[in-house]
Design a protein around this ligand. Structure first.
Ligand code: SF4
Length: 350
């Protein structure tokens, strides 16, 4: 992993000079307050423009507004309710046929909208041998599990040897289990996807990538090369995008992103409504506005359909595709969303 930029004074000069006094004070207080630290990869920082409203800068540079939504009825330290489904310290089993492995703690920079921001603030190292044992035992007695999502933080911040050891042990245990590498590294540190890593991943197929990409400008030349190399090696690449206010909340931006991804041989898979992580509310697009935006995207011609617009029902209700029909009513400041089993889950209206 490249050395991350974690102080304002190490930013490229034009970005450093764009930092306002209130932003500087906020960044300097993050660590003492136990908040998600400031860290960005040199590559990702190089994509930003020196403007507080720049969609790249907004995603990595801490915003004093974070402190306004750290508490309150809609701030959930565990927005997806993963703790309810934790079956071993590193394994989450929420859906019948797939499990989520919390494999790696570091990220190649911190996204300010991260739904795991509370966990990321504490840090978590890459999974050790003795932590993998309970995972493999669990998989052994649950043959209905078909796919292991390797997530984390970002598993690709681990060295090749550690990744190989993880994949090899899983494969020895179960030759058919599909692996899904959940990562933002192709965007934040694209040179990490060198020929060696791609070949390593190819050896452990069935394996696919789920890459978090939010804006067309994140598809820089080295990112394009990395993603094309993955697709060219026969590794399917799904794209997940988070709908973010002031970053990508326009039909023109999103349709351009999805079109470019398709052109690279990637599959836009999900457009997510923001999860309710503390300190991220300033990124939230009102749900009804999100639905209107999605209707615009659905006017795209055949072959350019948008990915599924979905939300993780706050607190552990699972993922549902969003549509007007899913809004069953209102309660106070919240909309009530209906899960497939008929249960109702509150999501803020604004
Ligand atoms: S890369 Fe993923 S886990 Fe890491 S900070 Fe960004 S959203 Fe969170």
């Amino acid at each position: 992993m490249p050395e991350l930029i974690s102080s304002i004074d190490k930013l490229p000069p034009c970005l450093r000079d764009s930092v306002r006094p209130e932003e500087r004070a906020f960044v300097q207080g993050l660590e003492a307050a136990g908040r998600l630290p400031f860290a960005v990869s040199p590559h990702y920082a190089s994509l930003a423009r020196p403007d507080a409203e720049d969609p790249i800068r907004r995603q990595f540079f801490p915003d004093p507004r974070e402190s306004l939504s750290e508490t309150g009825p809609f701030a959930l330290p565990d927005p997806l309710g993963e703790e309810r489904y934790r079956v071993s310290p590193r394994l989450i089993h929420q859906y019948p046929d797939r499990v989520l492995l919390l494999a790696g703690g570091a990220c190649a920079g911190y996204c300010r909208h991260c739904f795991r921001r509370v966990r990321m603030s504490g840090g978590m190292s890459f999974i050790a041998e003795d932590e993998l044992g309970p995972v493999l035992s669990y998989l052994g007695v649950h043959p209905e599990i078909r796919e292991l999502l390797v997530s984390g933080g970002d598993p690709l911040t681990a060295p090749d040897e550690e990744l190989e050891s993880l994949f090899a042990q899983v494969r020895r245990h179960n030759r058919a289990l599909a692996l899904r590498v959940c990562t933002r590294v192709p965007v934040t540190d694209p040179r990490r996807l060198d020929a060696g890593l791609i070949e390593l991943c190819r050896r452990y197929r069935p394996l696919r990538f789920s890459v978090h990409i939010n804006h067309p400008r994140e598809l820089s030349p080295p990112t394009r090369l990395a993603l094309e190399a993955l697709a060219g090696a026969g590794i399917p690449v799904l794209v997940q995008t988070v709908l973010l206010k002031g970053v990508n909340d326009s039909a023109a931006t999103l349709s351009s992103l999805f079109r470019e991804c398709r052109g690279l041989g990637l599959l836009p898979y999900y457009l997510f409504q923001l999860d309710l992580a503390p300190g991220a509310a300033h990124f939230r697009v009102a749900l009804r506005r999100g639905l209107a935006l999605y209707r615009e995207l659905q006017k795209a011609p055949a072959g350019a359909e948008p990915p599924v617009y979905a939300v993780d029902l706050p607190g552990g209700g699972g993922k549902i595709p969003l549509s007007e029909e899913k809004i069953a009513g209102e309660r106070g400041d919240a909309l009530l969303l209906k899960a497939p089993d008929g249960s109702l889950w509150a999501y803020p209206a604004g």
